[in-house]
Ligand binder design. Structure first.
Ligand code: URA
Length: 480
């Protein structure tokens, strides 16, 4: 048995170098044991110094495998290196195994990769920086406990998001430091090295209070979106119990938050990569999974996560908004913030049961302009809407809704492929090429932004009338 030693827990290049040499030496997966760092060899294991120093020829390795491997290598599963090597070995004989979802190794690779993606999302959403007291320059530090070894691959997200701040993130296994120019990695640390509290916490708490939406209070859901494991590191978690207690009162007082500006320009990844990926998307839940890797436009760079549609897979009616807002971006769910509250109230008034609808957006990543600690909503441009039609079309293909409702101009543009004027198009069913009918109405946040009370009343009445028409259509559909 050969023991192959890796210096790093999650370095794909290091693993690949060793794996190629193993292949060159013709060593079968069953002849190899993978060890990391100072882990001791077993009694009957030889060291890997006898491996040839050069790579041997290697058959083609599908790009999909390398993408999966980039995630899987970060998983804390000790068998991940062996699994990857077994897969690489098998791919030399049969390059199609990855297309076989029933294959146990393929299933395991996909499962580990999804867990890693989820872990990275949690890190993006739940890392909280604290000011380091008495530092010469303003510096921030955060403690985070990921389930997997996701810090190295996720740290660049924080460099982009907090480019102008000097910060560090410490985890039990590794740490990352950003000095506004360079990202460095160091050893892991412990929670007691991190300052307990500071002024930034007040900002987080105020921020959390302001985004808390009592109208959609669901404790079980909160626990799944913000697992309790992370609560102890979140200053705002201390606010959860009082917020829940005061929810009724807050519901009365809730105010709308506005928003807008584009992120810096970034290179667009070639569309054909996603088309490749589309071949593996066989269902709505595959699409919800695959969108985690979307690079079709630059918006993924700054958003916390993509927000896919939500609702029963048999829903006959699909509502399409513009893009997730601040709260939707953090929670990963559509229409849960202030616009969601207007939406919910209007649905209730119209007698439409939201739980029977599929609710989604034309653009799946939050586009915003950072302004101080706030993120101000920016309207997506035509290119971003076009890039994201890929996902909306997949949702329509799998769901096959009979009625589609565009909330606002961006949704209408995505569904019709051209810009239209809402006032000219509302109040009438518009046939779509797949047999569904489209209704176009205003976006709920448009109503939130109207300052003049008289105009607001008129526009709300128009919105209610549009929804009543849609409800009648739904009832007719049902009767038929
Ligand atoms: N606005 C939208 O268009 N969609 C959401 O999910 C939230 C706000």
């Amino acid at each position: 048995m050969l023991s192959v030693r890796l210096d790093h827990l999650n370095d794909l290049d290091e693993w690949r170098g060793k794996a190629r040499r193993l292949l060159a030496a013709g060593l079968k997966p069953s002849q190899v044991v993978w060890r990391v760092g100072a882990e001791e060899n077993g009694l009957f294991e030889a060291g890997d110094d006898m491996l040839p120093q050069t790579d041997g020829p290697i058959g083609s390795v599908p790009r999909q495998f390398m993408e999966l491997a980039g995630s899987v290598i970060q998983h804390s599963e000790p068998e991940r290196f062996a699994l990857l090597y077994r897969m690489l070995w098998r791919l030399q004989q049969d390059s199609r195994i990855l297309a076989n979802a029933a294959d146990a190794d393929t299933g395991m690779l996909t499962k580990l990769a999804s867990a890693v993606r989820r872990d990275a999302h949690k890190m993006k959403a739940f890392v909280r920086f604290r000011a380091i007291p008495d530092a010469d320059e303003e510096q921030y530090i955060a403690w985070f406990e990921p389930e997997h070894h996701t810090l190295e691959a996720t740290a660049p997200f924080f460099c982009r998001r907090f480019a102008g701040m000097v910060w560090g993130i410490v985890t039990p296994y590794s740490s990352a430091f950003w000095d506004k120019e360079n990202l460095r990695f160091g050893p892991g640390g412990s929670k007691k090295d991190i300052p307990a509290e500071d002024a930034v916490e007040d900002d987080w708490q105020t921020y959390y209070d302001s985004i808390f939406n009592p109208a959609r209070l669901k404790v079980a859901m909160m626990k799944s979106e913000m697992p309790m494991k992370y609560w102890r590191n979140l200053p705002e978690a201390a606010r959860i119990a009082p917020l829940i207690r005061n929810a009724r009162q807050m519901e009365q007082d809730m105010i709308a938050r506005a928003a807008t500006q584009p992120p810096a320009r970034h290179t667009r990844q070639k569309a054909h990569e996603v088309e490749e990926e589309a071949k593996d998307i066989q269902s709505l839940s595959d699409a919800a999974e695959a969108i985690g890797g979307c690079r079709r436009c630059p918006l993924y760079e700054h958003a916390t996560q993509p927000v896919f549609g939500e609702g029963p897979a048999q829903a006959e009616v699909m509502f399409v908004g513009e893009q997730p807002g601040d709260q939707e971006d953090l929670a990963g769910r559509p229409f849960i913030g202030p616009a969601g509250q207007v939406f919910d109230e209007a649905m209730e008034k119209a007698g439409i049961d939201r739980s029977r609808l599929y609710v989604t957006n034309a653009v799946k990543h939050f586009k915003f302009e950072p302004r101080g600690k706030r993120r101000i909503h920016q309207k997506p441009n035509a290119g971003e809407i076009q890039a994201c039609r890929f996902w909306l079309n997949l949702e329509r293909d799998f769901l096959k809704p009979k009625i589609v409702v565009a909330l606002g101009a961006s949704a209408a543009q995505s569904l019709l492929g051209k810009a239209v004027t809402i006032s000219k198009m509302r109040g009438q069913p518009i046939p779509l090429e797949d047999g569904a009918v489209l209704f176009i109405t205003n976006h709920p946040s448009y109503l939130l932004r109207i300052p003049d009370p008289q105009k607001k009343r008129e526009e709300s009445a128009n919105f209610d009338a549009d929804l009543a028409l849609i409800r009648d259509h739904m009832e007719k559909l049902h009767a038929a």
